[in-house]
Design a protein around this ligand. Structure first.
Ligand SMILES: *Cc1c(COP(=O)(O)O)cnc(C)c1O
Length: 414
């Protein structure tokens, strides 16, 4: 079966008692077993029964099974948000003294999680220019456990050669963890590219119109966990299921950032139309980016789908025809950015991606406001940058909105 069919027809793990065609919302906490022995089996994990909704739930399990079927992976866990997915992965892998290699071009809260949340626990990060994968070798030491990257970084829109990074990682027994929120699922084959653990904020594309928060951890079953001391007892027992097993019976359970049944229901529904929406929003982004490049007041446009982008070739090689639905552009001054945003009529001023609506924001004064201008510069977030997360409206209407906003701005500048 192809992607679109699997997204709709992945079977339930048990047939519904009433023959419901859509997985019902099991909005309850506890599950009863037929006897005490079965409950013991469930707690020991020898029988896959639901007992308590923080650990598992039929509606959430079905959502996980659809993702598992779509990615042909060895295990999937759905969580309450993208940040819950990222933090669970690191709490599961890292221990004090470990370090990881990453780039400074990251989603703002991920960078904050590394620097402010994990650092006090003795886990450190080495920041590299991942567009030059060869630098990873020099940064690796005996305590380096893994590499973390974003497939297209938000909001810098940098694209690295993931296959090259994966090869270097494999040579040094480093687990490759990738946040593919901007290019999820049908965009590219993460497993084939060499990504071991994939994390996705399903709040974005998958939720289907910004209906609900959610996060996904996908274990492609490709990493040999014997090479990380913390995992070696489990690795002998669980093989390619080591990571998901340890996560499920320990970190995921203990942290408690489970996805609610209602959100799993919404996101399963979102997955069914995902491939249609993604095509439309990426197409819209390409049209907008090409148009924006021709506008006088705009000093630069950043989108990997543009032939002028330094990442165009690698983006094409990795992702094919679609380059995501996020673009940034620069005006001359911060004040111009604010005025541009205030003039918009259709496009909304909000922070999210892959809503059905097009959203625009000034990242420096919002998502990155906690950082000094110097750090913002290091993070690739300028004061003159606008980020646009493109939706599925008709592109002509979006162009007209941007055009009227730029015209008003031009009038005021004179
Ligand atoms: C939004 C986002 C996250 C965080 O996801 P939440 O669901 O908001 O917790 C992580 N990474 C990227 C690239 C994002 O865009």
């Amino acid at each position: 079966m192809k992607f679109a069919t699997k997204a709709i027809h992945t079977p339930f793990s048990k047939q519904d008692t009433h023959g419901a065609l859509r997985m019902p919302v099991y909005d309850n906490v506890a599950f009863e077993t037929k006897n005490a022995e079965a409950l013991e089996d469930a707690f020991r994990g020898t029988k896959p029964l639901h007992v308590y909704a923080r650990l598992s739930n039929p509606t959430v399990e079905h959502f996980e099974n659809v993702i598992k079927n779509l990615t042909d992976s060895s295990g999937v866990i759905a969580l309450s948000s993208g940040m819950a997915a990222i933090s669970n992965v690191f709490f599961c892998i890292a221990q004090a003294g470990d370090n990881f290699i990453t780039s400074k071009n990251l989603f703002g809260n991920t960078y904050s999680f590394f620097e402010h949340t994990l650092k006090p626990f003795g886990v450190s990060f080495k920041y590299a220019d991942l567009t030059r994968p060869e630098c990873i070798e020099k940064l690796t030491d005996a305590n380096t456990r893994g590499i973390f990257l974003e497939t297209i970084t938000n909001p810098q829109l940098e694209v690295t050669d993931i296959k090259k990074i994966a090869t270097i990682g494999k040579n040094h027994h480093l687990v490759l963890i990738a946040d593919s929120t901007i290019t999820p699922l049908c965009f590219f084959n993460a497993k084939e590219t060499g990504i071991d653990i994939e994390v996705i904020s399903s709040t974005k594309y998958i939720s289907g119109g910004a209906t609900s928060m959610g996060g996904i951890i996908i274990d492609h079953g490709t990493f040999d966990w014997n090479s990380i001391p913390k995992f070696s007892p489990d690795a002998k027992k669980f093989g390619k299921f080591t990571f998901i097993a340890k996560l499920r019976k320990e970190v995921f359970r203990n942290i408690g950032a489970c996805l609610s049944a209602h959100n799993a229901y919404l996101q399963t529904l979102g997955l069914e139309t995902f491939h249609l929406r993604i095509n439309k929003s990426c197409h819209n982004t390409q049209v907008l980016a090409e148009w924006l490049e021709k506008q006088k007041l705009i000093t630069s446009v950043n989108y990997p789908g543009l032939a002028t982008s330094e990442f165009h070739q690698i983006s094409k090689k990795q992702f094919g025809k679609l380059h995501g639905a996020l673009l940034t552009f620069d005006l001359v001054k911060k004040e111009h950015c604010f005025e541009f945003l205030n003039n918009l009529k259709i496009i909304r001023r909000a922070t999210n991606l892959n809503d059905n609506k097009t959203l625009a924001i000034h990242p420096a004064s919002t998502i990155y406001c906690e950082y000094t201008p110097e750090i913002r510069q290091e993070l690739g977030v300028s004061d003159t940058m606008i980020r646009m997360a493109v939706g599925i409206e008709e592109p002509e209407d979006l162009i007209e909105d941007i055009s009227q906003s730029l015209k008003s701005l031009a009038k005021n500048i004179k």
